[in-house]
Design a protein around this ligand. Structure first.
Ligand SMILES: Cc1cc2nc3c(=O)[nH]c(=O)nc-3n(C[C@H](O)[C@H](O)[C@H](O)COP(=O)(O)OP(=O)(O)OC[C@H]3O[C@@H](n4cnc5c(N)ncnc54)[C@H](O)[C@@H]3O)c2cc1C
Ligand code: SF4
Length: 578
């Protein structure tokens, strides 16, 4: 366990962070000469939003820590820490620049606290950019209804605008039956930004995407470089101390926290990724390795999602890396696609569906609420009496409760235990573990997409409503019925065996599909196909697997069903799958 111990105590004895902030709390008279800007937890940067337009001596900055936000769901300790420590460091950085800072830490919501600050300091209007999270938008809307005077401008942290979305997909809310393909949007954005475009307006390398070159398994060909780590400083240690004693429920551990929390350290973290990881990112983008859990992934999502790193600067650096011949085209294009394409796309999907509320809903049965001892961790978000219900689409009619294995209880499935172990420890895993292990298994078994979304939301350091819901409900589980994916992302054991070194270390056999000791993924895959034949049978992209399914005898199908049911039962009971 990381010992907050002496270093933090010494800092507190001098003057704790909150005490420090209280000592510089402005008087109404001091506040009067400034333009006041509210910067939420996920926009910690002075190069964006209303703050970017002000000289330091003209600006007043309101930063808020809300216990109510922390009580919404039991977030991973490292997520809370990376957000709040970056916010506290941002406060000090802005103060050092000459910005007047009003920093609050209180039980109320952001909107309620803003209203209190406005009244206390006699501020006429508070300025902010349109929040990325729906949850915060709703909170601020309620405060405005209660009297908060707020001037909201467009959020320039994004690379795209609502007009870009409309230019590709038209206006109006999204509904079942329409299709929103990321590739179309990405094509538009490449042209708009000019990233990796030739002077004559065509795609560098002659094509939009190099995705098919980016699917190599990893056999240690290129050593994965050691990343820089950032030991918690006195501010972070003090925060650990406070978070450990504030009575707000959380999961995971503070132990091993090494993420950057100052602007300078965040920049160092990115420069390392650009120079050392990006050159090999593309080819091994989909590979999974038990020895190298992070592979060549940048791990910048947690920092970019709180705007310590700005997407526009990140993609410009990568394009410059390609031009300077330090980043090969397949890697540069693959990485830019993730940000200019996927990241921007999911944020618009979130808006177009009002957080997936505009599409057909399919609530989980009430017995899920008390399914097992870990269920209470998701209960808040599933409280049927809550006024603003989360979206519950489930086009594949999947309603089983998420089993204990997702909370770190050993399942005996090496791929799953590796993924959940990593998540409980770090609050992070790379994309393919999220998609092809955690979500693939949930989709094949029929675990509730809402529960899976809520799990991702609490368990990952980079999770926010605008990004986690479209990824889980849209891309990963097909809960939206194919709004964003042309077919469900599902596979049997062969894919995991090909793309990882996991199966060689597993007690289960990926080459066996039925009977004791067989890998359940394959049996789950075929029974999934059988279950959803009516819905997916006519999908052109699934013609081959359905043709293979039709060739299976009824005895083979029965053995597959038995194997799948046994594995699901064992997972649901928290037993070892054997
Ligand atoms: C089921 C599931 C849940 C996910 N939940 C989240 C989440 O809560 N927060 C989050 O930021 N990403 C999420 N993603 C997307 C992606 O997995 C992560 O952004 C990525 O793994 C973060 O690690 P990285 O920074 O090393 O990414 P890299 O592989 O280095 O990619 C670079 C950047 O591209 C962006 N990116 C890549 N793919 C996506 C995507 N599908 N959607 C949005 N941005 C993307 C991220 O900002 C990422 O930092 C999810 C994906 C899946 C399949
Ligand atoms: S054998 Fe099956 S359960 Fe084991 S690691 Fe491979 S895919 Fe996962």
């Amino acid at each position: 366990m990381l010992a907050p111990g002496r270093k933090a105590m010494a800092y507190r004895r001098r003057m704790g962070f909150l005490e420090n902030m209280r000592s510089v709390w402005p008087t109404p008279h001091q506040a009067g000469g400034r333009t006041w800007v509210f910067v939420p937890y996920d926009r910690l940067n002075d190069r964006i939003g209303p703050l970017a337009k002000l000289k330091p001596e003209e600006a007043g900055l309101i930063l808020i820590e809300s216990h109510a936000k922390g009580r919404n769901r039991p977030y991973h300790k490292k997520k809370v820490l990376v957000v709040l420590s970056n916010m506290r460091h941002f406060a000090l950085e802005q103060k050092a620049r000459g910005v007047m800072v009003a920093f609050r830490n209180a039980p109320e919501s952001y909107g309620e606290q803003l209203l209190a600050v406005q009244q206390e300091l006699g501020i006429d209007t508070i300025h902010t950019a349109l929040p990325a999270e729906r949850e915060l938008r709703k909170d601020l809307e309620a405060a405005v209804a209660a009297g908060l005077r707020l001037d909201v401008v467009a959020d320039d942290a994004w690379l795209s605008t609502p007009e870009d979305w409309e230019a590709v997909f038209g206006s109006g809310k999204a509904a079942r039956g329409r299709q929103y393909l990321m590739e179309k949007f990405y094509r538009h954005m490449r042209k708009k930004t000019g990233l990796l475009m030739t002077p004559t307006g065509s795609f560098v390398g002659g094509k939009l995407s190099f995705d098919e070159e980016n699917r190599r398994p990893y056999k240690g060909e290129v050593p994965v470089p050691t990343r820089p780590t950032f030991a918690p400083d006195a501010i972070t240690l003090e925060l650990i101390d406070w978070l450990s004693g504030n009575g707000i429920e959380s999961i995971g551990t503070f132990e091993g926290f090494d993420l950057p929390c100052t602007a300078e350290d965040c920049a160092t973290f990115w420069q390392f990724a650009l120079a050392e990881l990006l050159p090999h990112f593309g080819p091994f983008e989909d590979a999974m390795s038990s020895r190298e859990p992070m592979m060549f992934h940048s791990a910048i999502s947690a920092l970019m999602n709180v705007s310590r790193l700005l997407p526009r600067e990140i993609v410009a650096d990568v394009a410059a890396g390609y031009e300077g011949m330090t980043v090969p085209l397949a890697s540069a294009e693959g990485f830019i696609r993730q940000i200019v394409g996927w990241r921007e796309f999911v944020r618009h999907m979130h808006n177009a569906t009002d957080g997936y509320r505009t599409i057909e809903q399919s609530p989980d049965p009430p017995e899920n609420l008390h399914a097992h001892e870990y269920s209470h961790l998701l209960v808040k978000n599933r409280n049927p009496a809550a006024p603003d219900q989360p979206a519950r689409p489930s086009a594949l009619d999947a309603h089983l409760p998420l089993p204990p294995a997702y909370w770190g209880v050993r399942s005996g499935m090496f791929c799953l235990d590796t993924a959940t172990g990593q998540v409980m420890q770090q609050g992070w895993s790379h994309h393919i573990l999220r998609l092809m292990v955690l979500s693939n298994l949930a989709t094949l078994c029929g675990f509730s997409p809402r529960e899976l979304t809520d799990w991702f939301w609490v368990a990952y350091v980079d999770a926010y409503d605008w990004v986690v819901e479209p990824n889980v409900l849209g891309m990963a589980t097909f809960a939206d019925g194919g709004l964003t994916a042309t077919k469900p992302y599902v596979s049997g054991a062969a894919y995991i065996d090909r793309m990882s070194d996991y199966c060689g270390k597993c007690a289960l056999n990926p080459k066996k599909s039925t009977g004791p000791g067989s890998c359940p993924f394959t049996a789950l895959y075929w029974t999934f196909m059988e279950r959803h034949q009516d819905l997916l049978g006519s999908n052109q992209r699934m013609r081959m697997p359905f043709a293979t399914l039709r060739k299976k005898t009824s005895e083979e199908r029965e053995a597959l069903r038995e194997r799948a049911a046994r594995a699901i039962g064992q997972l649901e009971r928290g037993e070892i799958v054997d």
